[in-house]
Design a protein around this ligand. Structure first.
Ligand code: ZN
Ligand code: MN
Length: 473
């Protein structure tokens, strides 16, 4: 039996307006090499100046995971050669990172909690991008020098599921505290996984392999599972030492396998040394105070939803899985609907109808529209069943007007007792024999009367029909 050991390194792009060491914009998707200046192009003589906002966001992250914040930290040069790195070194932090040891609590599938240690988080600049087109390779340096927070975990995870739970939690933390948009497709939340195995009971750490190019939670799980399988097989076949070497492997998303990319460098290969162009970072009291203002974290929000709104913990858990869902839910409450209904109509009814490309953002149903629909149910203007029919239409045509649809679909509920009573009278007198049977104890006939009344009083509020029938029988 083997045990899996996983540690994760996550690069989070901080959402500052400008780059970490110059005043170029950080906007995504601009024409290549337009957001550049002598500093981020690495031209000789250009000097870096540290962006205060980036430091502040790092402090906020450190506070969110209860980590030690180092008031003094140091930027270092990490030397390596690659075409997308104009200075031939990356400005990073090595010996003294801005954020020290912290921890993140994750919830596993069976509801159990586990604490994953965070070793450190440091600030660094991103590299540019190489774009390969056939025989030609091009370099876009718009991304060069954008601020990254690299968050390094302890090797505390024991399965792909635990790794994904940790990443999802980390992802929601950085989104909730507003330091990054953490868009995995655009590369602002990138993960490398260090994976090794060992016989169960062994306390030694064996050779770890680093897997790169993991840009979705699904791929991360697949890549780890594949890699663990590969290492176990090598062990069982007696070729562990030949097959499992310290290296960087790339996950091939098409084939679902990892393959060797390059030998993994040791820290010494990077010849780190303190960057002489930058003073050590000193966090003054004002900056420390600003940075320590942490917005409501996912776990705090979850606890508040449960205590304040009386909703189920499992429902709250779904909501805090995404910042958009939380905002949508809170907006619905702002329009005056009840929390329990809002949860059901958002989590079950609306999300349940969003298939394929449809998302909460592009489905054409803003929070106000869904709240209006729910409100009409709460006011007994329409039945829950009719509301579901209306929602089908709203999803299909990407929006619309609830009140107009109620009229055009003829779904308005009759709450007028007079109208319902006259139908009841007609039904009872037309079925005098059944009324006698009912009165002599055949309770089952009640359903028959309800059906008859509903058939003849189109759109009658069923709850009201039930009540009035009981009174009149
Ligand atoms: Zn620049
Ligand atoms: Mn890094």
């Amino acid at each position: 039996m083997f045990e899996t050991i996983i540690g994760l390194e996550v690069h989070v792009q901080l959402n500052t307006k400008t780059k970490i060491f110059c005043s170029c914009a950080t906007s995504f998707g601009e024409a290549p090499n337009t957001n550049v200046c002598p500093t981020c192009l690495g031209l000789p003589g250009a000097l870096p100046v540290l962006n205060r906002e980036a430091v502040k966001k790092a402090i906020t992250f450190g506070s969110a995971i209860n980590a030690q914040i180092n008031q003094d930290s140091v930027f270092a040069r990490k030397n390596y050669f690659y075409p997308d790195l104009p200075k031939a070194y990356q400005i990073s932090q090595y010996e003294i990172p801005i954020v020290g040891k912290g921890s993140i609590e994750i919830t596993l599938g069976n509801g159990e909690k586990k604490v994953i240690g965070v070793t450190r988080a440091h600030l660094e600049e991103d590299a540019g991008k190489n774009i390969h087109e056939g025989e030609v390779s091009k370099v876009d340096l718009n991304r060069a020098c954008t601020p990254l927070l690299e968050i390094v975990s302890e090797p505390d995870m024991r399965s792909a599921d635990e790794a994904v739970a940790y990443l999802k939690k980390l992802h929601s933390i950085v989104r909730f505290i507003g330091i990054s948009d953490a868009n995995m497709q655009e590369g602002s939340f990138r993960c490398d996984a260090n994976v090794s195995i060992r016989p169960k009971g062994d306390s030694k750490l064996y050779t770890r392999v680093e897997i790169k190019n993991l840009n979705s939670f699904r791929f991360i799980a697949k890549a780890i599972e594949y890699e663990v399988e590969r290492q176990i097989e090598a062990w069982q076949d007696g070729v562990y030492d030949q097959e499992v070497v310290q290296e960087t492997r790339l996950f091939d998303t098409n084939k679902g396998i990892t393959r060797s990319m390059r030998g993994k460098e040791e820290a010494a290969d990077y010849r780190y040394f303190p960057d002489p162009d930058l003073l050590p970072v000193f966090i003054d009291e004002e900056l420390m105070r600003e940075g320590r203002e942490v917005p409501e974290l996912p776990d705090e929000k979850k606890a508040r939803y449960v205590s304040e709104y009386g909703i189920k913990e499992s429902d709250a858990e779904v909501l805090v899985g995404s910042l958009e869902l939380c905002s949508y839910f809170e907006e619905m409450l702002g329009f005056g609907v009840f929390p329990k209904g809002a949860i059901t109509w958002l989590n079950t009814e609306l999300l349940g109808r969003l298939k394929g490309e449809l998302t909460l953002q592009n489905c054409g149903i803003p929070s106000q529209l869904l709240a209006t629909l729910l409100k009409r149910v709460e006011e007994s203007k329409i039945s829950g069943k009719s509301a579901k029919d209306i929602l089908d239409v709203l999803v299909e045509q990407r929006g619309g007007d609830v009140d107009e649809l109620i009229v055009s679909m003829g779904l308005e509920q009759v709450n007028d007792d007079g109208a319902i009573l006259s139908v009841i009278d007609a039904v009872l007198s037309a079925n005098a024999d059944k009324v006698e049977e009912y009165k002599s104890g055949k309770d089952k006939l009640f359903g028959f009367f309800v059906g008859q009344v509903m058939k003849n009083a189109k759109g009658a509020n069923p709850a009201r029909v039930n009540e009035l029938l009981k009174q009149n029988l």
